[in-house]
Design a protein around this ligand. Structure first.
Ligand SMILES: [Zn+2]
Length: 302
């Protein structure tokens, strides 16, 4: 009896993996949705979306999630749809919830594309914050590996029957360098963290103006399905939510600066009650206010 209980407890504490379920969002694109919360022991870093593009002969993976085991679980789920080789992996930006599954795909022979900013910030032997947050059984086997190909500018590629446009923003938006993957034939755009829904973004590594400019760039494309970085919506909801949060940061920060209100008072008093139901407000909003104020202190409208 005692033995049975011990066995049961050890199975529970080991967890049952990520239990990932793909959702088909367009003809060839599948999405794994993470929670709209911060990474934790409980969620194992599964608080990010990742994407698989299925061609007639292979897969292209856009963002590989928070760990080796996450990538492996996603692959297991995709094999049930079709067991195809994985040719290419794209990392949309340098934040580690989006690419720590890379070494799983490298083992399978995939070519990894990412930004120079990511390669610079995470050379071999560097450490990722994510791995200090999640449980050992979730992070096991996860290793930082080199990027194979740096994306320095836009390019197009045909992979089997699918045409892809790789769009590399030439200004800092969510991070110093952000990549989007566009499928013109399916009017589907995988945006990484240029778009979020149901939760606020972090402007720590980018800015409000760059963020707004990225939304303008997205709106110039013919898109029906948005593959966003965090949140569940695939329609224009994320675009609207991002713009209204960025615009609120911009207008309140500029007004405070013009009125001679100092940064600390602004951070304490800025009224963002309209956003109170958005996730991650408690964790990210105050620092976003500080970054926004600093950005607009010396800002000149072009
Ligand atoms: Zn990010």
């Amino acid at each position: 009896m005692f033995k049975k209980i011990v066995l049961f407890l050890s199975v529970v504490s080991l967890g049952f993996g990520y239990d990932l379920k793909p959702i088909q969002i367009s003809k060839s694109v599948y999405q794994f949705i993470g929670k709209t919360e911060a990474p934790s022991q409980e969620n194992g870093g599964n608080m990010v979306n990742s994407y698989w593009i299925k061609t007639d002969k292979s897969y292209i993976v856009v963002d590989t999630g928070p760990s080796y085991n996450y990538a492996k679980d996603a692959h297991k789920a995709m094999k049930k749809i079709a067991d195809l080789p994985i040719k290419y992996v794209f990392n949309t930006h340098m934040h580690d919830d989006h690419w720590l599954g890379n070494n799983y795909f490298k083992e399978l022979g995939a070519t990894i594309y990412a930004t120079q900013a990511q390669a610079k910030k995470f050379p071999l032997g560097s450490e990722a914050h994510m791995l200090s947050v999640i449980k050992k059984e979730d992070s096991v086997n996860t290793k930082i590996i080199n990027v194979d190909k740096l994306v320095g500018k836009d390019f197009s590629m045909k992979v089997d029957n699918i045409s892809l446009d790789i769009i590399r923003l030439n200004f800092a938006a969510h991070t110093p360098e952000d990549i989007m993957v566009y499928l013109p034939e399916e009017k589907t755009l995988i945006t990484g963290d240029l778009l979020f829904s149901q939760r606020i973004t972090s402007i720590r590594d980018g800015g409000v103006e760059g963020g707004l400019k990225s939304l303008d760039a997205i709106e110039k494309l013919d898109v029906q399905v948005y593959g966003i970085g965090h949140g569940t919506f695939t329609d224009k909801t994320a675009l609207k939510q991002m713009r209204s949060y960025f615009m609120a940061l911009k207008t309140t920060a500029r007004k405070a600066i013009e009125s001679g209100i100092d940064i600390n008072t602004y951070v304490k008093t800025a009224d963002f009650s309209a956003f109170k139901n958005m996730a991650m407000m408690e964790i990210l909003h105050k620092s976003n206010l500080g970054f926004a104020y600093s950005e607009y202190e010396f800002f000149e409208e072009k």
